[in-house]
Design a protein around this ligand. Structure first.
Ligand code: VGL
Ligand code: ZN
Length: 202
């Protein structure tokens, strides 16, 4: 029973975030069978794809000798530096081969501007530049969204919080997400999502 006003948004289920990838999330691939199964329950299905140019400013090796996972100040605020990942057109940027992608209505790419990272599927990390997803969902008459994917404490968290701020009803299926968990980032993400009225479901 697909509810026409609810969208399933599947965040960044790409090779580089799965075991063996450049920014592997522990058990990142374990969520895929459930997500494939869930898709039939949603009238609107959106996939997001982290999609960086090789020159992206979030890559540690583009910041002259900085270590991956260190923090720098960008004009838009603090930014964690990552290993090179999800480079446009690379194998690492492709969806995991087991993910069912044929049913998706929309594939939304993000993080394609060198100067600014984009964790959220709605706004880049400057919290101002829109990706267009809000307009897409509103034109499809979507009021509620269900979020799954990678990683709970980064792209899922920021997408969920932005969606809640925009007035969508938001549920995160934690069992269909996996976290990076850097220095307590998962606990902080859960607190932030609860503070924004997001429903955390198993
Ligand atoms: C992500 C770090 C860098 C994510 C993307 O999908 O959670 N995390 N780029
Ligand atoms: Zn990224």
């Amino acid at each position: 029973m697909a509810r026409s006003d609810t969208a399933l948004i599947m965040i960044d289920i790409q090779n580089d975030f799965c075991p063996g990838g450049a920014l592997a999330v522990p058990e990142g691939d374990a969520i895929i069978p459930r997500i494939n199964h869930l898709q039939k329950d949603f009238a609107v299905k959106v996939l997001t794809q982290d999609w960086h140019p090789r020159s992206h400013s979030s890559f540690a090796d583009n910041q002259g000798g900085m270590e991956p996972y260190s923090l720098i100040d960008m004009p838009y605020g603090p930014q964690i530096l990552w290993p090179v990942h999800c480079v446009q057109g690379s194998t690492g940027a492709k969806f995991h081969p087991d993910l069912q992608t044929d049913n998706a209505d929309l594939i939304l790419r993000k993080g394609f501007r060198s100067a600014v990272d984009s964790y959220s599927a709605f706004f880049e990390n400057d919290h101002k530049t829109a990706t267009g997803l809000e307009g897409y969902l509103r034109e499809r008459r979507v009021h509620d969204i269900v979020l799954v994917g990678l990683a709970t404490d980064f792209c899922v968290r920021y997408s969920a919080v932005d969606a809640a701020r925009l007035g969508f009803g938001v549920t995160v299926l934690e069992g269909a997400c996996r976290a990076i968990d850097l220095d307590g980032s998962l606990a902080e993400a859960r607190r932030d999502m609860l503070d924004h009225g997001i429903k955390l479901a198993p």
